[in-house]
Design a protein around this ligand. Structure first.
Ligand code: ZN
Length: 136
């Protein structure tokens, strides 16, 4: 069995995915990458003002993990604001609602109705891409 892959649950893809300070030519512009799960943690905690435990529950992570995600996200945002770096929102170990991610090949796919009881993101048996391959 591959190591269990537990993506962080994100309710929707962010609408805005690039931010940059004005007046800095692109070649001189440094960029920080804020992952989609970091953006979701900021949204839940700082915008919706949920308790940390509730944010953690919504994202299907431990509270300690949520805390680490928030610290990382806020550091990146602070770096951008204070040191004038662009922010690119991209990637990260996340799954949208109703989406499954194969823990082996990391391909995303829509959760099927008949799989609705499967633990979020952990069903590898039905992956059409790598099912039956490398089976131990
Ligand atoms: Zn797969």
């Amino acid at each position: 069995m591959p190591r269990p892959y537990k993506p962080r649950r994100v309710s929707a893809m962010p609408r805005y995915t690039y931010f940059k300070p004005t007046g800095i030519p692109m070649p001189l512009l440094d960029e920080v990458v804020l992952t989609v799960d970091e953006m979701e943690a900021i949204r839940l905690k700082d915008l919706e003002k949920l308790e940390q435990q509730e944010c953690a529950d919504r994202m299907d992570v431990a509270q300690s993990t949520l805390q680490r995600i928030l610290v990382s996200a806020r550091e990146k945002i602070a770096l951008s604001l204070i040191e004038g770096k662009a922010i690119r929102v991209h990637g990260g170990p996340f799954a949208l609602e109703g989406e499954l991610i194969c823990p082996r090949c990391r391909r995303r796919r829509v959760k099927q109705e008949n799989l609705s009881n499967e633990k979020h993101g952990l069903n590898i048996n039905e992956c059409p891409e790598c099912a039956g391959k490398d089976e131990k």
